[in-house]
Design a protein around this ligand. Structure first.
Ligand SMILES: [Zn+2]
Length: 310
């Protein structure tokens, strides 16, 4: 009999360290028969329904998975990630990042771009770095997957290195971004301390995360597509502000993040929610429009923080 408990770790609230919580959704490990099943589920882009227990801290109301799969297993699956289907969407991601960062430049009134150092953590293939570079910044990125890094360096000619935030050298950056990354990091406090070390007074920090307080999340309830095993924390405006305050970051602005993806790809992922999408898929294939670029938002939110030293 496969014993899942060997692979689990219990934790106190990643925000306030209190141990007491209430259960929002119970775990369901019935489909995990062996270690290979586990590894399959813990790949960053895996489309698996949440099987771990979701809890809410009794002290600060932060929502997080507890217990969850041991950090080593999660991190190992990221470093071994070789996701080719992810790369096929890079053209749409480039458009997303270019639009979004252009908007951010305007909002924050960033000038003298060629002298600004822009760090991106969890860069995947580095397509975001390509947008950052093309907009004129000095780009630098880190990604755990060796395979993704070598693809990005070769194809996008960007300054992308293998590793996590802990591998970043002692530089200070003007802008730091984490796109769909903070909800994945196994040690939230350690990651944010490191981000703080890499920041100077007035450094901007861009955090794009699924927002558990979004309209789509409330509408879809437990079927919200961002309830995933790989998403260890469930942020909203209140909790992310509360957490970042501990590291001297103030919220400057937040807005919905509209992600472009190929129509065919979106439908393929939506098929598990409704049979309607199987019919739609046939039509899309018939009209040969599966690579059409479609913007969608299911609650992803961009939060822009600024470091404020007293
Ligand atoms: Zn708490």
């Amino acid at each position: 009999m496969f014993d899942i408990s060997k692979y689990l770790e219990k934790l106190d609230c990643p925000n306030c360290k209190h141990a007491s919580f209430k259960v929002l959704k119970k775990s369901n490990y019935t489909n995990i028969k062996n270690e290979e099943d586990l590894n399959k589920i813990y790949r960053s882009s895996a489309d698996e329904f949440l099987i771990d227990q979701l809890v809410e801290c009794n002290e600060c109301s932060f929502k997080y998975l507890n217990p969850r799969i041991k950090s080593e297993i999660i991190f190992k699956s990221y470093s071994e990630n070789e996701d080719e289907t992810h790369l096929l969407q890079d053209k749409h991601r480039y458009k997303t990042f270019k639009k979004s960062i252009t908007k951010i430049i305007k909002i924050l009134k960033i000038e003298n771009i060629k002298n600004k150092n822009f760090l991106d953590i969890g860069s995947a293939s580095g397509i975001c770095l390509k947008a950052i570079k093309d907009l004129g910044f000095n780009e630098e990125g880190y990604e755990p997957s060796k395979w993704m890094v070598s693809y990005g360096v070769q194809n996008y000619k960007v300054n992308l290195k293998q590793g996590s935030v802990n591998d970043v050298s002692k530089n200070k950056y003007d802008i730091i971004s984490m796109w769909d990354v903070l909800e994945h990091v196994t040690n939230l406090d350690e990651t944010l301390k490191k981000i703080q070390d890499l920041s100077k007074n007035k450094t901007f920090l861009i955090l794009n995360v699924p927002n558990v307080d979004s309209f789509v999340c409330k509408l879809m309830k437990s079927k919200w597509p961002f309830y995933l095993n790989v998403h260890l924390y469930y942020f909203d405006k209140h909790s992310i502000e509360l957490i970042l305050k501990k590291y001297n970051y103030e919220l400057v602005k937040n807005f919905a993040h509209w992600q472009f993806l190929g129509l065919g790809y979106i439908i393929k992922r939506a098929k598990k929610y409704s049979r309607f999408f199987s019919i739609l898929e046939k039509m899309v294939n018939f009209f040969n429009i599966s690579s059409l670029s479609i913007p969608y938002n299911l609650g992803q939110t961009t939060f822009i923080f600024q470091k404020k030293d007293e």
